[in-house]
Design a binder for this molecule. Sequence first.
Ligand SMILES: [Zn+2]
Length: 307
Amino acid sequence: MYQTTINKKIDCSGIGLHSGKLIDLKLMPADEDTGVVFRVHRPDGIRQIKPNPYAVSATGLATTLSVDGASVSTVEHLLAALRGLEIDNIIIEIRGGEVPIMDGSAASFVLLLKSAGIRRQKSPRKVAKIIRPVSIEQEGKWIKAAPYNGLRINYTIDFTHPAIGVQNMDIEVTPQSFMNRLAKARTFGFLKEVEYLNKSGLALGGSLDNAVVLDDYSVLNQDGLRFPDEFVRHKILDFIGDMAVLGLPLEGYFDVRCSGHGLNNAFLRRLEENRELYMDVVTARLSEAPYPSDSLEIAPELIGQAV
Ligand SMILES: [Zn+2]
């Protein structure tokens, strides 16, 4: 497989989950071996942030990356869309300190990236493969990884909330399965927490337009859920985005139980600290096959999600 980037620049804007303000976002093509680079506007100029496990500075409400005093928050759904569509090189320019929350899923990003077009470059893709079992466990939550050819995630959540309960999904992640089964799943939160956060001046952009919100008994969104198991699907989306912070596509089989942004990052740091032990960076075999998602249809239900 060759590396990829997008064909042309895309401009968009959307509300920031933290600030509640309108954020400008530009996605731009990048040269081979650039990786994903955030360019963050600050009063003193533009700073570059390259995702890596140690750049994760906060995992409370969303995943935040910080380097040398510059930060960008809520990166996980955009990073998930890039990983899901297998886009290696891109520059993401942001005014406002956070990636817009859009509809709380990755659907808008998928539509924007697909509308720009995805272009194959000349160099082969590099992939980080898990080469021996590695796990992290904390109070009944875990991530257990094992060698696997590709990316497969078996994820279980277990909430006492009557509208969620136990949900499991085992998915082979490909551009097609990502677009059809994961991209549209929205983030979720509990009304009590949303009220508390708002009083503390946090999550000011959070609303029923960009999250599934639950009271003590049920889902409050008028149109209900997009999938009966939307919650576990979103957790897989978050996991893909959080693993993309590694900086290279990670391949392996992941058995995950009740993880979140914090444990995801702790796992990545464990991998990074023991790179040689657990991972092998390999150059993908080249094939002249067209980029797989060139021919992919956007699931009809995704249309209408873009802003
Ligand atoms: Zn999320």
